[in-house]
Design a protein around this ligand. Structure first.
Ligand code: ING
Length: 308
């Protein structure tokens, strides 16, 4: 039994005015709690170091730049990496990355137990829009502030298991799970910042947002016989509500742990990576069952092409 005790470290709201240092202190409290609970790996949310700044229209380059990290670890996050190393706990968290060339990505990193970064992922599916949209109740400007990820969907060997990452909107796209499933992934971790209401349809509220979040992750887990851990940044940030609903999903698609609230909250489950084997060698034995000769549209087309 290859058990990994996984902690989902859901975080409550981060207000615009909150400093990186104050946020890292909250993350360390959750990390200590996770270590006490015996966690081998702790999963933090998307953009875990700051408020969800893509909700704001900004034109001042200095203000925009203030939301990004130009190196990782850095002064503000070193205490988190050091504490993780002291605990012997691997961590993953998301942040806004600015590369030395000035490119900007919605990024997440994965460490081993010694606090070394062993994996980096850059969010591929950027939702929302790039120009100010006056028709929306609030903005969602990830296409303005980030480039689509350029690293694909890598899978790494860590903690004696095959692990991959995605971020937020990625969880809604089946291709994401399958790209990692075809690499034998056994655990997919992801963070999300999901508004509680639809900026384009005020009738779509919390219940449907939570349902679609669960649906996306449970389907991805089941259809690729992998564990999925999805962790929210939740709560009300400067008046804008984000859903909670952090979950740990087993390779049969069952939710085995779920956050109850919308604040800083740890969920924990002992995840046996060998539970992936049955699905991968029977119903989802890709080599025996897939018929790739019929799948060409999935990569040949971006949008819909109606039949003649
Ligand atoms: N947030 C949301 C998400 O994909 C969204 C945006 C919500 C898109 C609901 C579509 C439907 O969960 C981020 N950050 O991607």
């Amino acid at each position: 039994m290859r058990e990994i005790v996984i902690g989902g470290a859901q975080m409550g709201a981060i207000q615009t005015a909150e400093s990186r240092e104050a946020v890292v202190a909250r993350m360390i409290v959750l990390l200590d709690q996770a270590a006490k609970a015996g966690c081998d790996l702790v999963v933090f949310p998307e953009l875990a170091l700051t408020t969800f700044f893509p909700r704001w229209w900004m034109e001042d380059p200095a203000e925009v730049a203030s939301w990004y990290e130009v190196e990782m670890p850095n002064a503000a996050t070193a205490p988190l990496f050091n504490r993780a190393r002291q605990h012997g706990t691997a961590i993953t968290f998301g942040y806004a990355e600015q590369t030395p060339e000035g490119r900007k990505f919605n990024t997440s990193i994965l460490t081993d137990r010694s606090g070394q970064i062993v994996g980096k992922y850059r969010k591929v599916h950027l939702p929302g829009h790039s120009d100010y949209d006056p028709d929306r109740a609030f903005q969602h400007l990830e296409k303005r502030y980030f480039e689509p990820g350029d690293l694909g969907f890598p899978v790494w060997r860590n903690l004696d298991a095959w692990m991959g990452m995605c971020i937020c909107n990625d969880r809604r796209w089946p291709e994401v799970y399958r790209e990692m499933g075809l690499q034998g992934v056994e655990l997919i971790t992801l963070g999300y910042n999901t508004p509680s209401v639809n900026s384009q349809d005020s009738a779509e509220g919390l219940e449907q947002r939570l349902y679609h979040s669960d649906l996306s992750m449970t389907a991805g887990a089941y259809q690729n016989a992998a564990w999925v851990v999805g962790v929210a940044k939740a709560g009300v940030e400067d008046g804008h509500p984000l859903i909670g609903g952090s979950i740990i999903v087993d390779p049969n698609g069952y939710v085995v742990a779920r956050a109850a609230g919308e604040g800083d909250e740890l969920i924990v489950h002992g995840c046996d990576m060998d539970l992936c084997t049955f699905g991968k060698t029977t119903i989802f034995d890709f080599a025996r069952h897939r018929r790739t000769e019929h799948y060409s549209r999935i990569t040949a087309q971006t949008g819909v092409v109606l039949p003649e």
